[in-house]
Every structure is written in structure tokens, then in C-alpha cells.
Design a protein around this ligand. Structure first.
Ligand SMILES: Nc1nc2c(ncn2[C@@H]2O[C@H](COP(=O)(O)OP(=O)(O)OP(=O)(O)O)[C@@H](O)[C@H]2O)c(=O)[nH]1
Ligand SMILES: [Mg+2]
Length: 208
């Protein structure tokens, strides 16, 4: 992480957890859909219409599985990509506004990311409405989840005269930040490189 002045607040958290989630028991139905063979499970989360599904498609190629969670009509798509020599499983989740769920969609997403086997959360936000969107980023950080922030739609923001400095934002939030224009694949390589950083920084676990 490019974090220099906040070692006492953010750095120790991630080091302590080794970028692993704390285990919170969530719905069994959600746990059953997690890919236990994959070393790294990554959830794409964010408000509706921020570009989650487009980025999911760019990262994974196609939809591999669409899971219907028992008792709900909510769908979560799952796909894989080899990154840093490892199979990484990505989940495209329904839109959520807050970690405190109100809708069925938000409950499913919350259960998925609070599951101990999802070990990286990519929060996708709309660059045009950053102030409104960072609220969820802060909630995710406060919940001690390993968060990578993607500021998408920088093309639309630029038309409004809004420019996002990803380094400064990363410095302030103490998490990795990537700016993207998903429709033109701008920032995609950088995003994959950040996920690779995560994959390479996670200790390999051996079971006997
Ligand atoms: N101009 C522009 N449009 C984008 C960008 N990323 C996504 N879009 C468009 O935004 C719209 C919403 O994208 P989706 O990927 O469906 O958004 P989502 O977050 O999955 O939306 P929900 O599934 O409803 O929560 C689509 O029309 C995309 O083509 C971007 O970087 N720039
Ligand atoms: Mg979508």
C-alpha cells in the first residue's frame, strides 16, 4: 500500500489479518456458493449502475455460474481468471447502498462479503458522485474488510470537470485505488495488477 502517514491506524489492521477476512457466520446458503477450491474469492460491490457487471465481464470473460440464493430471487454471477498464476474467483453482486441491509439484494451481498471465504472486496464507485459513494467504502474499511477501491466512469466525470487523483485518494483512505473507464477498458490492466499484488501478498495456506 502507498500509505505513509497512518501506520498506526490502517497498516497494522491489514498486516494483522494478512488480508484475510474476519470470520462472521453468515447464511449457510451463501457459504455453499463460495468456491472453496479457489485461493482467492473477490466480490465486486457497489451502488446500482456503477459498472460492476461490465467490469466483471472484462475481468472474467463470461458469466460462468449464476447462483440463485435459496429463498430469494437474487442472482449472483461467478467467474474466474488466472491472475499471478492463481485461479481467482470473482462475484458480481447486486447493488447495495449500505452494509446495513434493507433490501433482499443488500442482504445477499452483505452475507457474501462477510463470509470468511471472500477475501478481497472491490468497491466500485461512480467518479461523478464520489462524495455520496465513499460512505460505503468507509463502512467496508471500518468492518476491517480488505478493500480495493475502483473509481469508474472517469470519462463522464471529466465531462463535468471532475478529475480524481487516485494516489491522493489511496493515501487518504489507506487502501489501493484505481481509476477506470470500463467501457474503454481504461485502467483494467492496473486493476488486474492490484489484484495480483493482493494474490501475491496473501500467504499460501497448507493443510495436512
Ligand atoms: N461512460 C461510461 N459508462 C459506463 C462505464 N462503466 C459502465 N458504464 C455503463 O454504465 C451502465 C451500468 O453498467 P453495469 O455494469 O450494468 O452496472 P452495475 O453496477 O452492474 O448495475 P446493477 O447491476 O444495476 O447494480 C452500462 O450502460 C455501462 O455500459 C464507464 O466507465 N463509462
Ligand atoms: Mg450488474
Amino acid at each position: 500500500m502507498d500509505c505513509h502517514d497512518c501506520h498506526q491506524t490502517c497498516q497494522p489492521k491489514n498486516q494483522k489479518k494478512g488480508w484475510k477476512l474476519f470470520g462472521i457466520n453468515s447464511r449457510k446458503s451463501v457459504k455453499n456458493n463460495i468456491d472453496r477450491d479457489s485461493q482467492t474469492n473477490v466480490a465486486l460491490v457497489g451502488l446500482p449502475n456503477v459498472g460492476k457487471s461490465l467490469l466483471f465481464n472484462l475481468l472474467t470473460g463470461t458469466y460462468v455460474t449464476v447462483s440463485n440464493y435459496p429463498g430469494t430471487t437474487v442472482e449472483v454471477a461467478k467467474g474466474n481468471r488466472i491472475i499471478a498464476g492463481e485461479s481467482v474467483t470473482f462475484f458480481d453482486t447486486p447493488g447495495m447502498y449500505s452494509l446495513i441491509p434493507i433490501t433482499e439484494e443488500e442482504s445477499v451481498t452483505r452475507d457474501l462479503i462477510m463470509n470468511e471465504n471472500v477475501n478481497l472486496v472491490i468497491h466500485i464507485v461512480d467518479a461523478k458522485n464520489l462524495g455520496r459513494m465513499l460512505n460505503l467504502t468507509l463502512q467496508l474499511i471500518e468492518a476491517q474488510l480488505p478493500v480495493l477501491l475502483v473509481v469508474n466512469m472517469i470519462d463522464e466525470a471529466a465531462k463535468l470537470g471532475i478529475w480524481i487523483d487516485e494516489n491522493q485518494l489511496a493515501h487518504k483512505l489507506c487502501i489501493p485505488v484505481v481509476t477506470t473507464e470500463a467501457t474503454q477498458k481504461v485502467g483494467l490492466k492496473k486493476l488486474i495488477a492490484k489484484v495480483a499484488d493482493y494474490v501475491q501478498s496473501t500467504p499460501v495456506l497448507f493443510t495436512y
